[in-house]
Design a protein around this ligand. Structure first.
Ligand code: ADP
Ligand code: MG
Length: 549
């Protein structure tokens, strides 16, 4: 036997292991799911290698073996996938790839039932092995090597690696089960778990010579034959979120211009809102049911990154490389169809299930609105999906631009908005007065990004979108009569010598800091206000100045 070499886990892993064995609620079943999913990934990687470099190909079927040993209390999960070199073992099974993952897990408290199942999303699924085992052995041989390696850890601070003979390519994870976990060598129990979590794994899972997951992939089946449960469980498989239901799903099949099947899902929560950085995203891309790429970003634009799912096309070659993907026209065509379908789906949803749509908008509106800038072609579709607070319901609830126009004066040529740091501040802005008096609705924007976006959008249904403090405001003719008297009065007041003096005094006092000081015809209650003469509102100007500092 060769020498053991000792290694220390990265500090974060030590903490994670501690968490896993102590504080977190433990749904131990998910450890099986994570290890099977890693085995499946390893098989995908090997298939990719063998397709791109023929010298590694052989005709052994790629499969996952589940081997329970009741006498020895050992459960082994074996794959003949890509395997690992010594360096792979050190970097893959000793460090956390994603920063932030641990912080999130640490913040989990009592009712963390749902959340521990997220472990797979954070790139730390492997360590769930220590929920089942107090000793884990990884015996592996890389497709590039003739020798193998044995990694071993007791889930404390260290692990060891030793060189060893391994007959075949691939990896075996040997779990020395904890004392009270005999159930995990019970074939019936294992079959239940595998069916529950791993039905959709795209490789054969074999236990006692029996193929456990021999099901048709659901995306090629007709919608009419599928149940909500099947859609939910496929979502859970794809996303590693075993307790979670998607907000909505969309099952598509197209024959032209490209043949493809697809199921798209929207997660119930926006991780970006919870303080994570920009989501990693992408759809699973399959060619004739075989996974080609698991996070294919080119299939949907950035602003739809909350959409997860799978796309399977018979028109794609199996060994597509990243480079060829990028200039593959088939591929761009699929993206175009998917984008349109998602936006149409959202539009329908906003009309027929308003409440559900608003729930969606509350989570992902901030992502969707990026599309106004990113996707010129679909800009108007996206604009229709936007929602804002407005003076119509005194800042309560949300309105669409279409609804706004439905309430607008017949001869109104502009859509008015006002920006501010908070709803009370927006509502008290003196620039609103004249709009209230004339019965004109104003959108309330408390997020500078919304203002920026509306400035970009510029018009909607041929109506100019303007800030209430813009010099370009045109009041509808029909609102003028009611207001005439006051305006005349104000004009008169403004032209009285007394006002000229006031204006002069103001200019002397603050003249350097503003472009101009004028007597106003707009105000009746407030005594002074700031207006903007450029294309953007004062609020946005301030926000831009702040971000420039
Ligand atoms: P993730 O799967 O999200 O990357 P894991 O903690 O589950 O995170 O696994 C960490 C890494 O360990 C994987 O990315 C992979 O490189 C390696 N790995 C785990 N299991 C296997 C296996 N059965 N075969 C080959 N590599 C594996
Ligand atoms: Mg994993």
């Amino acid at each position: 036997a060769k020498e053991n070499e000792n290694f220390s886990f990265q500090a974060e892993i030590k903490q994670l292991l501690h968490l896993l064995s102590h504080s977190l609620y433990q749904n131990k079943e998910i450890a099986i799911r994570e290890l099977v999913s890693n085995a499946s990934d390893a098989l995908d990687k090997f298939r990719h290698v063998s397709l791109t470099d023929g010298k590694f190909a052989d005709d052994k079927p790629l499969e996952i073996q589940i081997i329970p040993d009741n006498d020895k209390h050992i459960l082994t999960i074996r794959d003949n996938g890509i395997g690992m070199t010594k360096e792979d073992l050190i970097s893959n099974l000793g460090t956390i790839a994603h920063s932030g993952s641990l912080d999130y897990l640490k913040n989990l408290t009592g009712d963390s039932k749902k959340d521990v199942s997220l472990i797979g999303q954070f790139g730390v699924g492997f360590y769930s092995a220590f929920m089942l085992a107090d000793r884990v052995e990884v015996v592996t041989r890389s497709y590039q090597e003739d020798n193998g390696w044995q990694w071993e850890s007791f889930g404390t601070g260290e692990f060891t690696i030793a060189e060893t003979e391994v007959e075949e390519r691939g990896t075996s994870i040997r779990l020395h089960l904890k004392e009270d976990l005999e159930e995990f060598t019970n074939p019936e129990r294992l079959k239940f778990i595998l069916t529950r979590y791993s039905t959709f794994v795209p490789h054969a899972i074999i236990m006692d010579g029996e193929h456990v997951n021999n099901q048709q992939p659901i995306w090629v089946e007709p919608k009419s034959q599928l149940t909500e449960e099947q859609y939910d469980s496929f979502y859970q498989y794809l996303t590693h979120r075993s307790e979670e239901k998607p907000l909505w799903h969309l099952h598509l099949s197209a024959d032209s211009p490209i043949q493809f099947h697809s199921i798209l899902y929207c997660a119930p929560h926006n991780m970006e809102k919870m303080g994570f950085g920009v989501m990693e995203h992408g759809l699973h891309l399959c060619a004739k049911r075989i996974l080609v790429e698991s996070q294919c970003r080119e299939l949907l634009p950035e602003y739809l990154r909350f959409v997860q799912g799978i796309v399977d096309s018979a028109d794609l070659p199996l060994n597509v490389s990243r480079e060829s993907l990028q200039d593959n026209t088939i591929f761009r065509k699929i993206a175009k169809v998917l984008t349109k379908k998602v936006l149409d789906h959202l539009q329908k949803m906003s009309e027929s299930s308003t409440e559900e749509y608003l729930k969606f908008y509350d989570e992902f509106g901030m992502t969707l609105r990026e599309g106004v800038n990113q996707d010129f072609e679909n800009r108007m579709k996206i604009a229709k999906l936007l929602r804002f607070r407005s003076s119509d319901a005194d800042g309560e609830g949300l309105t669409s631009l279409d609804e706004y126009l439905g309430r607008a004066k017949e001869d109104q040529t502009q859509i008015y908005y006002i920006g501010g740091p908070s709803l009370p501040q927006v509502k008290n802005n003196p620039n609103l007065e004249v709009f209230k008096r004339k019965g004109l609705e104003v959108l309330y924007l408390v997020d500078p990004v919304d203002e920026f976006m509306l400035a970009q959008l510029n018009t909607f249904e041929e109506k100019q979108i303007v800030s209430v403090d813009s010099a370009d405001i045109e009041f509808p003719e029909s609102t003028k009569s009611a207001d005439d008297e006051q305006t005349a009065e104000a004009e008169e007041a403004a032209s009285t010598p007394g006002f000229e003096k006031v204006v002069e005094l103001f200019k002397e006092a603050i003249g350097e800091q503003v472009q101009d000081v004028r007597a106003s015809k707009r105000l009746s209650e407030g005594i002074a206000t700031l207006v903007s003469t450029g294309g953007i509102s004062t609020q946005l100007e301030q926000a831009l100045n702040m971000s420039a500092q």
